[in-house]
Design a protein around this ligand. Structure first.
Ligand code: AMP
Length: 416
């Protein structure tokens, strides 16, 4: 397979799908440029190799062309970070002349792909009371017009690079369908390569013991991941709000803690499966409970299966952190997804902070640590540990689907 490091970009035009879906304030200033920064090495590589760039991305969830979601707002920041001037195509489907005129070293940014329904291939503007027939017809129509949309984007360039891991779990025009126009000239950018390498380091032949740490609110949203990981891990630390559904499944008293009663059977199955596979599931014995879901609530430490009526489990107790520590210290590969308590409230952030600290410590001693998925990434960043773990994944939903063992369309399209 060609890679961005072996491909000869001299005199070529590369169309690059990046993730420039960055937050903007009310004056359209970029408030967090992490995703733009992430794409810069790939973009620079093409330019340094003598190529020209056609950059494409989505921004937000527009229903059609709107000022609010125009990519023109980010031009200044991209120019600063890339160190090159940008040309702008205000309609991604009408950039033929601009693309044709591009010379080596030049850069063209296409307007927001999602100004067209064809990017996602989902019909827009359907009446709420549309019949199933009408929905089907609208879907077929957009799928049909999507073909021309993809072909147009592909016509601008000689090669295709996908560097948008955040949308790799979507089979959209720019993330997957376009790849078939470049059977011998398609490749991953550095962001994609880095993400894939990091996750594969955990899922394929990891250094053992392999420990997964899963936290967050709901069992129901993590079942696919737990089931896939049970096939691979040696230890599974479960924390956060998920704990209480398991405790109830084992007959414990959980007071007013978060619980998904419809997941009790699932929790029992997971525990049985883990036992059958020899996977050690680690909860810890004690939790910090509160008399209300508030940072100012009264707190105390109790056994996780003896929570008094009206009290709710909000965080891990120090003895539980110590239990985690004994597992973490002897692991060689660690994956962490989901906070270990209600970390948004300072009084209940300690379990999550201690977990981040422990991961930083073992990383320094050579353990491979991967943190991924929305809130745990926010937690390690906020708490100042992002550069002290081996890898922080930027793709929330994409990472979670990858962990479920689903082959992501954006990855498949490049590989096949
Ligand atoms: P998720 O998106 O499933 O990873 O869940 C993240 C959310 O879980 C965060 O907003 C946390 O505040 C929340 N969470 C973690 N522990 C608990 C808990 N013990 N009770 C309620 N919510 C929790």
């Amino acid at each position: 397979m060609k890679t961005i490091d072996t491909y000869d970009f001299a005199g070529k035009k590369a169309i690059v799908r990046v993730d420039f879906n960055v937050p903007l304030d009310e004056n359209f200033h970029v408030t967090d440029d992490t995703r733009i920064r992430a794409a810069i090495p790939t973009l620079k590589k093409v330019l340094a190799g003598g190529g020209a760039l056609i950059i494409m991305s989505h921004l937000g969830r527009p229903k059609g062309p709107t000022e609010k979601y125009s990519l023109k707002h980010i031009i200044g920041r991209v120019e600063e970070l890339l160190g090159a001037k940008l040309q702008f195509a205000p309609d991604c489907q009408k950039a033929d002349a601009q693309a044709a005129a591009l010379k080596p070293g030049e850069v063209l940014l296409l307007e927001n792909l999602r100004f067209y329904a064809e990017e996602e291939g989902k019909p827009r503007g359907l009446a709420e009371d549309a019949s199933d027939e009408e929905k089907k017809a609208a879907k077929a129509a957009v799928k049909e017009s999507q073909k021309g949309f993809v072909a147009k984007l592909a016509s601008y360039a000689d090669c295709y690079i996908n560097d948008a891991f955040g949308t790799a779990h979507r089979a959209h025009a720019s993330t997957a369908l376009i790849a078939k126009y470049f059977p011998n000239d398609k490749m991953f950018g550095y962001v994609m390569e880095g993400e894939i390498r990091a996750i594969d380091k955990v899922l394929d032949n990891p250094a053992r013991p392999l420990t997964a740490i899963l936290g967050g609110a709901k069992v129901s949203s993590k079942i696919g991941i737990i089931e896939n990981l049970l096939e691979k891990v040696d230890n599974l630390i479960i924390g956060g709000g998920m704990v209480y559904t398991f405790v109830k499944a084992q007959g414990g008293q959980i007071g007013a803690s978060l619980c998904e009663d419809d997941q009790i059977e699932t929790a029992k199955n997971i525990l049985a499966k883990a036992e059958a596979r020899g996977v050690k599931i680690v909860f810890g014995d004690e939790v910090v409970v509160a008399d209300a879901f508030s940072n100012d609530a009264v707190r105390k430490v109790v056994r996780k299966d003896a929570i008094p009526e009206g009290w709710m489990g909000m965080d891990a107790a120090p003895s539980t952190v110590a239990t985690w520590k004994s597992v973490i210290e002897c692991s060689k590969t660690i994956l962490w997804n989901g906070p270990m308590g209600v970390f948004e409230m300072e009084n209940f952030a300690s379990g999550t902070r201690e977990m981040a600290r422990m991961l930083a410590e073992v990383t320094a001693k050579g353990t491979f640590t991967l943190v991924g998925g929305g809130d745990s990434v926010a937690a390690v960043s906020q708490m100042g540990f992002a550069d002290k773990v081996s890898y922080v994944s930027t793709g929330g939903g994409a990472m979670l689907e990858y962990l479920e063992g689903i082959e992501l369309p954006g990855i498949k399209a490049i590989r096949e």
